[in-house]
Ligand binder design. Structure first.
Ligand SMILES: [Zn+2]
Length: 84
């Protein structure tokens, strides 16, 4: 927790308070903190995109591997039916 200066009455206010307890003026987070929050949001979004991409790749890969296995089984069955 950090203290910031109220823009209205110049008193020290907790940065977690939504408004100054003295005068009721809305208290905004310092710009630096807001920027780091935005950076964190971008990082989380990027991580989510990467995770979704990996999940899609893995599930599609599994599906293709399964299709290959089915095709192989069908080929084996055909060979057997043809007496080869
Ligand atoms: Zn104030």
């Amino acid at each position: 927790m950090a203290l910031i200066t109220c823009p209205e009455c110049d008193r020290q206010v907790s940065d977690r308070a939504g408004a100054c307890p003295q005068c009721g003026a809305p208290v905004h987070l310092p710009a630096k903190r807001a920027r780091s929050n935005r950076l964190a949001l971008v990082a989380v979004s990027a991580a989510l995109v990467v995770m979704v991409g990996v999940l899609l790749t893995v599930s599609l890969g599994n599906q293709w591997a399964e299709n290959d296995a089915v095709a192989e089984r069908h080929a084996e069955t055909l060979k057997t039916l043809r007496g080869q």
